[in-house]
Design a protein. Structure first.
Length: 116
């Protein structure tokens, strides 16, 4: 008898309902495939049970626009993206932790600046 497989979408949405998992998921998308970030936001919104009409209202855009922005071909403006992120109860931060080679480069620049 074959094993029953768990449907991927329902499994993913179940996992993304955990805020820590959703945060790690969005961070990895931004790091590895930033072009997929709008679609990833949509998955997090779905997992958290957000109605797109409420997200749109909170972001100050039309509901249809939110669907379009968070689709495979979505290309939201910075202002709209910020509004959607805020509507989802999230915020963007810039972190100084970077891959080792970037860290070495940053330390070299900091050392040069200190010498001046």
């Amino acid at each position: 008898m074959p094993k029953r497989a768990v449907e991927y979408r329902s499994w993913l949405l179940d996992r993304l309902s955990d805020p820590k998992v959703a945060t790690a998921y969005l961070r990895s998308i931004l790091r590895d495939s930033p072009e997929l970030f709008p679609k990833a936001l949509r998955k997090v919104a779905d997992a958290r049970g957000f109605a797109m009409s409420k997200v749109a209202e909170s972001a100050g855009v039309e509901r249809e626009s939110v669907y379009r922005m968070l689709s495979d071909t979505g290309n939201p403006t910075w202002t709209n993206l910020r509004g959607i992120i805020k509507a989802l109860g999230l915020h963007l931060t810039i972190d100084d932790t970077a891959p080792e080679e970037t860290g070495q480069h940053a330390r070299a620049i900091a050392t040069k600046l200190r010498r001046r």
